[in-house]
Design a protein. Structure first.
Lengths: 136, 136
DNA sequence: TTCATAAATAGAAATAATTTCTATTTATAA
DNA sequence: TTATAAATAGAAATTATTTCTATTTATGAA
């Protein structure tokens, strides 16, 4: 688990536990988005004892702290991927639809307006889908 | 059910059934995004007999035909809303986080590039969240 | 209008993802 | 070293969604 992740967790007064380390190290190693089930299966190898609820809760904590983000994919399962931005600036991500690899999309061209059609604009979410170098 | 919806269904050789009419009329009447459960509850009033699977399947057919689109909201439930664009042009939507009302967002500023960071860009999805006139 | 046919449907049951709950354990700050 | 809040396991509950099969129905052709 790298320094940035530790800082992001400490900022929210979250503890650095062995399982949290293991989850983030798995993301580092795999370098792609992962489902709760895949993570849990992996944790079982190292920890024999490990529960689903911890995985789910930790994933959401990681999102809250800006360590992971949620990826939309086909099917019912959730996916999460590492966010490689540590600047804290607004940004989006591009995802490989084949392998699930994710990277920061380097710009956001959303117009600088506060309202449209009577709506007050609060925020926007975006996902760019593509095919990564290795999968092309 | 308006002419555009009928055309969009006919284009895919889908039948115009009473329940499909009822679902789309509900969307017209409510003017906001709806969950499968809400739709099913409403259908039960008029049809006594009506099953969940039909609702789910029809919602996906409507999306496929460009009549509805999926809305991302908090929680586990799916939501769908009417797409008011009949031009067939690329566009996005703005959603009221309070009441679920949805409108076409009039422009897309996504850059005209084919690739980024080694990814071949396939498509992008976007949702703008806001607060509509009535909810402000 | 009638009929043949593919499409649509209900209803029950299965599936499977996610969440809740409680007792126990553990990381961390004092 | 210790007190404490946070994290966890494991089982059970919840609930959204899908599958399956027999029946019904919209629609195009005769």
């Amino acid at each position: 688990m790298n320094v940035e992740c530790i800082q992001k967790l400490r900022k929210g007064h979250f503890k650095i536990t062995p399982k949290r380390r293991a989850i983030l190290e798995l993301f580092d190693k795999k370098d792609k988005c992962l489902s709760p089930e895949i993570i849990w299966t992996h944790l079982k190898k190292t920890f024999k004892q490990s529960g689903f609820p911890s995985v789910y809760r930790n994933l959401e904590i990681f999102v809250k702290q800006g360590i992971l983000f949620r990826v939309e994919r086909q099917g019912r399962k959730r996916y999460y991927a590492l966010c490689h931005d540590h600047s804290g600036h607004h940004h989006h991500h591009i995802i490989c639809v084949e392998c699930g690899k994710a990277d920061v999309f380097p710009e956001c061209s959303f117009p600088d307006i506060k309202s449209v059609k009577g709506y007050k604009i609060l925020n926007h979410s975006m996902q760019i889908n593509g095919i990564c170098k290795d999968c092309q």
